[in-house]
Design a protein around this ligand. Sequence first.
Ligand SMILES: NC(=O)c1ccc[n+]([C@@H]2O[C@H](COP(=O)([O-])OP(=O)(O)OC[C@H]3O[C@@H](n4cnc5c(N)ncnc54)[C@H](OP(=O)(O)O)[C@@H]3O)[C@@H](O)[C@H]2O)c1
Length: 316
Amino acid sequence: MNQSMWALRLHERGGPERLAYEQAPRPYLGTGDALVRVHAASFTPTELTWEPTWVDHAGHDRRPVIPAHEVSGVVEALGYGAIGVAVGEAVYGLTDWHRDGAAAEYVAVEARNLASKPPSLSHVEAAAVPLAGLTAWQALFDHGGLVAGQEVLIHGAGGGVGVFAIQLARGAGAEVIGTGRAWAREVVGALDAARFIDVESERFEDVVGRVDLVFDLVGGEARERSWSVLKPGGVLVSVVEDPNESAQARRIDARGIFFVVEAYRGELVELAKRVEAGQLQPIVGEVLPLARGHDAFHRKHAGGIRGKAVLQVDDT
Ligand SMILES: NC(=O)c1ccc[n+]([C@@H]2O[C@H](COP(=O)([O-])OP(=O)(O)OC[C@H]3O[C@@H](n4cnc5c(N)ncnc54)[C@H](OP(=O)(O)O)[C@@H]3O)[C@@H](O)[C@H]2O)c1
């Protein structure tokens, strides 16, 4: 068997300019791992700045590294103790940030981080779901405690995570207001958000009343200014930076939460059910072949891409 594969790798720390499309060794299977033949992979625009991209769980430098931790593909082999998926099964999931990702022909993934691919989705569509879908789910429900009848403000609503957050919040019976740059109006409107705020022409504090939950996908000033639109007892969930509860937050007894997304098979299964029920649709704004991964990272960084950018690895 050929023991090498095509992959996108970085040999030095840096941004997308360091990505090389080259031959790399196929991954070894560890205990509990599944070897997945990758059909499509996706990534988060900021992941090359995250420490786990560069070090293993023990903190050791693990360069050269393969990015992109969302995968859709077919299980090729199972390691000792891998359960819950079968050889030949089409799967999707989120791979460990401290290990090589899915911008390659093969990836070794803990089998518990995979679930059956939603059958109605292509591999390209399915690769757009795991990170964004799980992050939105965990922010709204696990951390934000969103329930029917509440109102949520989503900053960065037209991006990778935002488009899932809108759909999941609407599906749960919440009212949704989304912010974004002008280009995002169309995508947010098409997802049935109650309102879109164009941050290039409006200040959200001037048009939003008081909401139960703010989901921050932008950080910085937008996050800081968000305390003023929370109801007493409201929650500000950010996945960009720690919300540091301010004096204003304490006055209204609001809570700030930061978290890092976790791969849960149970939540991947729930996301797949909603896809199959027609309640959740991934938005793929850009598809490029693996060999052009460098361009995909650059273009997503430049901004203006609806939903996710996906790397197509194998279109069979
Ligand atoms: N902690 C975690 O576990 C976790 C998990 C997933 C994501 N994240 C982080 O969450 C953030 C969003 O991820 P993503 O994949 O959704 O990224 P994305 O696809 O780039 O989405 C972010 C969106 O926000 C828009 N935006 C930029 N500035 C804005 C502003 N001031 N007000 C409103 N919207 C603005 C962007 O528009 P343009 O494209 O025009 O710039 C883009 O549409 C990233 O920082 C990512 O690292 C963290």
